[in-house]
Design a binder for this molecule. Structure first.
Ligand SMILES: Cc1cc2nc3c(=O)[nH]c(=O)nc-3n(C[C@H](O)[C@H](O)[C@H](O)COP(=O)(O)OP(=O)(O)OC[C@H]3O[C@@H](n4cnc5c(N)ncnc54)[C@H](O)[C@@H]3O)c2cc1C
Length: 460
């Protein structure tokens, strides 16, 4: 049900952002009522600000009117973080300028609404790039990726968003603007509010600008492998052997048979179907030792991409896997746990055991080099038994990760999806006081609870 905002508030929003940038009804607003994992929440009104000044005025107005605010990028979140019933949604994508590319100090000053792919297209002209690469890079925004502390396919080599944000401009819950940090290689003035905002899921304020580290495009030539195995133990062994041989891949991803089948059936790909498939990028000089490791570990088939087109097609298989798998069932819950890298094989076996025990399908893919697993729990939305089995499976998968010293979220964040297990994780890992302090931090930044309320730390 859509909550209406007072006519007076609507009128003020139109004065601030212009009639064409305020959506208060109809199909256009429905686009904002779900995220890409189908969490739902109908906004009261959607505004598309074009400047920081507008954002500040809108947040100030929401503060006065006591209305909740949700900053939103592409809405590609998978945890319910990007939907909020009855809220003023700020669609940040009209603020998408690259303000400055500094090729001496190696940073880019950018507005939050640009997609990571468009950012990299602009940076390429200067011979630079911004490495973090979620599989959603083609749509997800700088602001959304910072607020989610996103990871992705290149983290094994380059780390996640937290490693690349130097400074921010933000609009706080009271409508005031502040700058956090400077684009300096070294700077340790005060508490690190920049990194408090990385992964804050829109609950502390609205990011209106960022300075992000950039680095020159790699000159070293890399090659891409697609390698299949008959079991998960072998892939676990590949991980151990590559790491102990000090080979640090540029990309190190895995997919199970269900993912490959979904890609073949749903997206017309023609990939070899095997129990486990690895996608690995290494430097040219490491091709031989890596091939020897794959062979020693019992690889069924080792394919070295012959050219860039084939390498790109392998990459697309991994990037499109979630969408292919999602189309296989009416109910889908994508998980995002991380476990110690050397215990990845053990966790993957557990996922399969859980699926068998509950009689449901749980295709699994993820980032092998980071110990980051994405089991995708499939169920039938209209079949209560199937829904109940999915819920039990989800709980077991989270609890197992916690018990292994892992985390219930590696990169997708908490939103509403993981609130309960966020709490369980803190309690199990001696983090009770940490959670209490985080709740206090939320109150300091947002005493009236208007910034994406009822989620994440506040709700845990
Ligand atoms: C096919 C697919 C693949 C994916 N692959 C990955 C992956 O490999 N790695 C990964 O980490 N994630 C992945 N994701 C999840 C998601 O794409 C990322 O979390 C992404 O960074 C979210 O960006 P967005 O612009 O869509 O943000 P949204 O979904 O719009 O918002 C996400 C959160 O950020 C907040 N937010 C957005 N903009 C701002 C702002 N300007 N200021 C303050 N808060 C803001 C929102 O309030 C919300 O809490 C994937 C999703 C899909 C659909």
């Amino acid at each position: 049900m859509q909550r209406r905002v007072e006519d007076q508030v609507l009128q003020r929003l139109v004065e601030i952002s212009g009639r064409e940038n305020v959506l208060s009804a109809g199909p256009a607003i429905e686009d904002y009522s779900h995220d890409m994992a189908d969490y739902e929440g109908m906004p009261a009104v959607v505004v598309k600000p074009r400047s920081e000044q507008e954002v500040a005025e809108i947040v100030g107005l929401a503060h006065e009117a006591g209305l909740p605010i949700l900053a939103r990028g592409a809405g590609s979140s998978l945890t319910g973080a990007a939907v909020l019933q009855g809220s003023i949604v700020l669609d940040m994508r009209a603020m998408a300028k690259v303000i400055k590319v500094d090729t001496v100090n190696w940073y880019v000053q950018v507005q939050p609404g640009i997609s990571l792919e468009d950012l990299n297209t602009e940076l390429k002209a200067s011979g630079f790039f911004f490495p973090p690469d979620p599989a959603s890079s083609y749509i997800c925004t700088v602001g959304g990726a910072i607020a989610e502390g996103s990871g992705g396919l290149t983290c094994v080599r380059y780390g996640t968003m937290k490693d690349w944000v130097m400074s921010l401009r933000v609009v706080l819950a009271n409508g005031k603007v502040s700058r956090f940090g400077e684009p300096l290689a070294k700077n340790r003035a005060g508490y690190d509010l920049v990194h408090l905002f990385v992964g804050s899921e829109g609950t502390l304020g609205v990011i209106t600008e960022a300075c992000l580290k950039i680095i020159p495009l790699p000159t070293v030539k890399t090659r891409r492998f697609l390698v299949t195995f008959g079991d998960w133990e072998s892939t676990g062994e590949v991980i151990r052997r590559l790491r102990s041989s000090k080979i640090l891949p540029y990309l190190f991803e895995f997919l199970d048979r269900d993912n490959i089948q979904a890609l073949n059936e749903r997206l017309g790909m023609s990939l070899e179907e095997a129990e486990a498939t690895l996608l690995v990028d290494v430097e040219e000089g490491e091709v031989e030792p890596a091939t020897a490791i794959f062979r020693d570990c019992g690889a069924n088939k080792i394919t070295l991409a012959k050219d860039e087109d084939e390498a790109e097609s392998f990459y697309q298989a991994r990037a499109m896997a979630y969408l292919a798998v999602k189309s296989m069932a009416s109910g889908v819950q994508v998980e995002d746990v991380s476990v110690p890298i050397d215990r990845l094989g053990e966790y993957l076996r557990f996922v399969k055991e859980v699926a068998t025990r509950h009689g449901i399908r749980i295709p699994v893919n993820g980032h092998a080099g980071d110990g980051n697993v994405h089991p995708t729990i499939l169920y039938d939305k209209v079949d209560e038994r199937s829904g109940a089995a999915a819920k039990l499976a989800y709980e077991e998968l989270c609890r197992k990760a916690i018990a292994m010293g892992g985390s219930v979220t590696a990169e997708h964040g908490v939103g509403v999806q993981k609130v309960r297990f966020l709490r369980e994780q803190f309690l199990a890992h001696e983090g009770e006081e940490a959670l209490r302090l985080m709740k206090e931090v939320k109150k300091v930044f947002d005493p009236d609870g208007v910034m994406n309320p009822g989620k994440y730390v506040e709700a845990a």
